[in-house]
Design a protein. Structure first.
Length: 259
């Protein structure tokens, strides 16, 4: 190639390079780097006073993929502080109902609530449900105590009757495909202490992400002062209760006698 042809070819390549650059596709956007699950509580403190009749704890959040039958699912578990619980069986003796055999269970959650975007039994295999205590059947099966199924069934009935245990009574609602929210019921009899809410993202029958959100139940006002006195001065508190009950009985007898 002559020097003149080489110079001409170089000029043509330089002239064509902007057009070639314009034809190249733009670079692809970087992949989404955010968390697969982000959740929060509507409030992290529940105040219990003399007018407290119960409350609903709002749990809400978002996921990186679509939720629903063809996508991911969310499971929410609320747990209260563990306590020992005694379950007694009533028996008939000489025409009267009296306490009979009893069973003591240890590490029983004072509060338990499960909510999900779909029935939990269909989302996870039983080993995963047992590990996370998802379902009253697997929860009671793991509790230390007598193996008699009648006592374990009675424990479930007692806790459900007091609304301290709730299993999938209301579903987790989905908004916009990726947003979710649920309300966990807190009864008026809920005890004070530290509680935890676990939010789990389920994909392909596996938990791929999990968040723990703590909240606390505290007494406030007159209820807190009475509870504080009962702890610091139990004898005085007991005598005051007896005196108040005696006064109320005497006052009632006077009113009804005059009537």
């Amino acid at each position: 190639m002559t020097p003149a042809r080489a110079a001409l070819l170089a000029m043509l390549l330089l002239a064509a390079s902007p057009a070639l650059a314009q034809r190249e596709p733009p670079p692809a956007p970087p992949p989404f780097a955010g968390p697969a699950l982000a959740a929060e509580l509507g409030q992290d403190r529940i105040a219990v006073d003399t007018s407290f009749t119960g409350a609903d704890l709002l749990v809400f959040g978002a996921t990186d993929r679509l939720l629903g039958p063809a996508g991911d699912n969310v499971v929410i578990l609320g747990l209260g502080p563990p306590r020992d619980v005694v379950v007694r069986r009533r028996v008939r003796w000489l025409g009267l109902w009296v306490n009979g055999p009893s069973a003591r269970f240890q590490e029983v959650p004072n509060y338990y609530a499960v909510a999900a975007t779909a029935p939990v039994a269909g989302l996870l295999e039983e080993p995963a449900r047992r590990e996370r205590r998802l379902g009253l059947d697997v929860l009671t099966a793991r509790l230390p105590g007598p193996r008699d199924p009648r006592f374990r069934s009675a424990l479930i009935d007692l806790k459900r009757a007091s609304r301290l245990w709730n299993e999938e009574e209301s579903p987790v609602e989905i908004s916009g495909g990726r947003l979710f929210h649920a309300r966990l019921p807190l009864p008026s009899t809920i005890a004070t202490g530290d509680y935890i809410v676990q939010v789990m993202l389920v994909r392909g029958n596996r938990i791929i992400a999990r968040q723990e959100l703590p909240f606390r139940v505290d007494r406030v006002g007159a209820t807190a002062r009475i509870a504080d006195v009962s702890r610091r001065l139990p004898l005085a508190y007991g005598l005051a209760c007896i005196a108040l009950a005696a006064f109320a009985g005497w006052l009632g007898s006077v009113i009804f006698r005059r009537g």
